[in-house]
Design a binder for this molecule. Structure first.
Ligand code: AMP
Ligand code: ZN
Length: 114
């Protein structure tokens, strides 16, 4: 838990979010500024600042993020036509919130990257 982290506040329920799924390790919620018809985030409950901070001890939680993302994508009906998952890392990756989060975007043709 980091005191000034908005995603820790969502984990702790001190900041509201549209929670889609929660278990002991991860939380999924809708992105507040969606970039596609479906746009949600999956985060670890543990405060891991960036993708560059994950270690061997995080293997299961990072795996669970992918499993939950895939499951919710099927439930939201975006899996059949396809979707994109993104993790931005630090400045050049365009990261704005420094609590690891996996973006899932779908519901429209996302086009080529870049
Ligand atoms: P990134 O640039 O990868 O750090 O993306 C941060 C994402 O968090 C953006 O897509 C924001 O719209 C989203 N975001 C920021 N604050 C909130 C919030 N309170 N609830 C839901 N999503 C948020
Ligand atoms: Zn945090």
């Amino acid at each position: 838990m980091a005191d000034d982290c908005i995603f820790c506040k969502i984990v702790n329920k001190t900041l509201p979010a549209e929670i889609l799924y929660e278990d002991d390790d991860v939380v999924a919620f809708s992105d507040i500024h969606p970039q596609a018809p479906t746009h949600f985030l999956v985060i670890p409950k543990k405060h891991i600042p960036t993708l560059d901070d994950i270690g061997k001890e995080d293997r299961s939680v990072v795996g669970q993020m992918l499993v939950v993302a895939a499951d919710l994508s099927r439930k939201k009906g975006i899996a059949e036509r396809g979707y994109r998952q993104i993790i931005n890392c630090r400045e050049f990756g365009g990261q704005l919130v420094f609590h690891l989060h996996l973006h899932i975007l779908g519901g429209r043709q996302l086009g080529k990257m870049g």
